[in-house]
Design a protein around this ligand. Sequence first.
Ligand SMILES: [Fe+2]
Length: 386
Amino acid sequence: MAFYHKLGQIPRYKHTTFYKEDGKSLYREELFSTEGFSNIYSNKYHLDMPTKTLSIKNLSPLSDDDWVDAPLIHLHFFTDMIKSSGDFFTSRNLFMKNQHIRISTAHPDKNPDYFFKNSYHHEYIFIHYGTGIFWSEFGKFNFKPGDQIIIPRGIIFQLMFDNFQNNKILVVESDTQFDIPRHYRNEYGQLQEDAPYCERDIILPEYFLPFDEKGEFRLLIKAGNNLYEYLMPHHPYDLIGWDGYVYPWAFNIKDYNPKVGKLHLPPPVHLFLTTKHFVLCNFCPRLFDFHPNAIPAPYFHSNVDSAEVLYYIEGDFMSRKGIREGSITLHPLGIPHGPQPGKTEASIGALKTDEYAVMIDTFDPLLVTNNVKKSMDNDYYKSWLE
Ligand SMILES: [Fe+2]
């Protein structure tokens, strides 16, 4: 995260004695750091040692079910056709991946009875439908549709839904951290006046008293395609306090302030977050370009360095036909794409769009799974034929 936050009690000085109320037992300090000791970090203060483990079990490896001979074509698929049962982790269906990213959707219909940690990947969770509480060792907050929750890797957390009728999430795992774009921040890290969102829009974790409980607590740790069950002898949410720059947070897509130009502005104006290997954009309702002869629909383009993924949330999706909420389009890198027949003409003179969508542009090719094959619109690549 781009700014400092602290919750609960912390000692006046780092790496000094910090005693519990009994005056003789110590809180346990843990440095939670990134890029060795060279990038952002937080200091956590536990009731007990975070390393205590009763047992470790290697559960079955996770299978990706790759679509091995998938053709190089434009793809449109309906993620809502692939359902599964489970919580925010076990109900995930993987659709796309490369060595840096994994893109899944899920329809959680229960809550976990365990704690979860993703050790190798940072997580971005978009709440399409559903409300509930995001719990983590760093604090908790309520979530609602449109929230985009960022969870740095290594953090213990859970998503607890209020009910199980109609939940839907999009999950993006990244092997490098999610960053607020550098050009949105001034030299002190503060969001600039012309950035599309500001610090007031950030949903921060709120404090709760640490759980001072002993017993057996299941923690599932995902490490690549391996899943481990750790049994901890104390409750994982045992922080009396913490401070620093690494923590989970959220931002609602409806708080994104889109930019408008006289002529068509390219997707970088819709940037939300960057990583080293892909970017995330937020497309929101906005007025169209105001040149009298402007064509608001995008021109045909070949992103020769980017595979373009769009997850459609709600609205009119001005440049696409046949798209539904929950649809994903994948336009692979190296071949051109653009509006379907009639969409360019229809956009001329239009004043605004009401679309909400999340875009993910990866700098490496994406592989797809059989979930794409099972849910795809077979004729999408022919949809440019008049
Ligand atoms: Fe595009």
